[in-house]
Design a protein around this ligand. Structure first.
Ligand code: UT7
Length: 331
């Protein structure tokens, strides 16, 4: 009997939402003791988007999802699963996925959040791929949406200059004969959690007592250590993914990495010995949008990097947890 061609993943549509308010480095000079020159040379960031009161994680996620659905020519009722990666949900429950599903009118579609900090979207792609391969789903909406401006300490120059708000969405479709994710690698190291964290202020109080009026906790990061770990973990993960696929880096058209710092991206491509011009970067425009970085980059890289059907694209991310993930994708 002839063997059945394998089912895989195909990107059917992408969408983004970025708040219209642009905050430049010069604007931050008025807030903390910093300079445009320091931010630009140490991070590559020129500006970031900051949400208004109404631009919540749900709002931004819905807008990006609608654009992706339109591009995929799908209705919300065609979706079999909604996955949302975020560290800044509007509520712990209902999940952002349920809130986004309600706004889209995707009643009945299973929906859940997936949290792996800045690696969340690549984790999500890996999870989605399993559902598509098994035949348990045919159309999956994945959203990465972040409102990091609500969890940074705007008095802390070490962190507040780094982050931004935004959302990206991708529709992946089951396609027979398409490879989709050719290979992947993922991992986590909870023992190093303190290097980068955001505590839940509510968890300090006893559940039976009303929570004390605490100031909300903010992102805490040991920048230098995270820098080193990010470069090493992403390079090692990328190598493992390529090895599993038996694919050489020369055959990869484009690397799309997490967008935390242009120096991290430069160090990553140096370590991999990959041409810098084939590595996508938009960190100068948006800063670090955690789980939203990869889907926004996927949306923009298609045209900016002139990606063609069949091109091999390597996604690689690193974030709090610590977590890391990479996936080799056939465009
Ligand atoms: O999403 C994944 C997680 N995030 C990351 O991957 C980010 C990883 N880390 C980084 O990107 C970098 O470590 C930072 C951008 C956070 C910091 O860059 P750095 O080159 O490692 O600088 P540093 O922390 O060693 O600080 C150097 C100096 C310090 O002053 P002293 O102690 O040398 O006098 C800082 O206080 O720069 C100072 N500094 C600043 N100066 C002006 C720190 N932040 C600022 C600032 N403006 N915004």
């Amino acid at each position: 009997m002839p063997s059945q061609p394998e089912s895989g993943m195909q990107i059917a549509g992408t969408g983004i939402y970025l708040p219209s308010r642009i905050v430049t480095n010069h604007e931050l000079e008025k807030l903390v003791e910093t300079t445009d020159e320091w931010i630009l040379t140490r991070t590559g960031i020129k500006e970031r988007r900051i949400s208004s009161k109404t631009e919540t994680s749900t709002f931004m996620g819905v807008a990006a999802a609608k654009q992706a659905l339109a591009q995929a020519k799908l209705a919300p009722s065609d979706l079999d699963l909604i996955l949302v990666a975020t560290v800044t949900p509007d509520s712990f429950f209902p999940s952002s996925a349920c809130r986004i599903s309600a706004e889209l009118g995707a009643t009945g579609c299973p929906a859940f959040d997936l949290q792996a900090a800045c690696s969340g979207f690549v984790y999500g792609m890996i999870v989605a791929d399993q559902f598509l391969r098994s035949g348990a789903a045919r159309n999956i909406l994945m959203v990465g949406t972040e409102r990091l401006s609500s969890v940074v300490d705007w008095r802390d120059r070490n962190t507040c200059v780094l982050f931004g708000d935004g959302a990206g969405a991708v529709i992946v479709r089951q396609t027979v004969g398409s490879k989709g994710i050719i290979s992947f690698d993922w991992g986590a190291d909870g023992a190093s959690a303190d290097l980068l964290h955001l505590h839940n202020p509510q968890s300090r109080g006893l559940a039976t007592q009303p929570p004390a009026p605490l100031a909300p906790d903010c992102i805490v990061m040991a920048g230098k250590e995270i820098f080193k770990q990010a470069v090493n973990a992403m390079a090692d993960s990328a190598k493992r993914t390529l090895k599993k696929a038996g694919v050489k880096l020369d055959d990869v058209k484009c690397v799309i990495s997490h967008q935390a710092n242009i120096r991290i991206i430069d160090a990553l491509v140096d370590k991999l010995k990959f041409p810098r011009e084939r590595c996508f970067a938009n960190v100068h425009r948006y800063g670090n949008m955690s789980a939203a970085c990869i889907p926004v980059a996927l949306h923009e890289a298609g045209s900016e990097m002139k990606l063609q059907k069949g091109d091999k694209v390597l996604l690689v991310a690193f974030g709090g947890g610590l977590t890391w993930a990479s996936a080799l994708l056939e465009w």
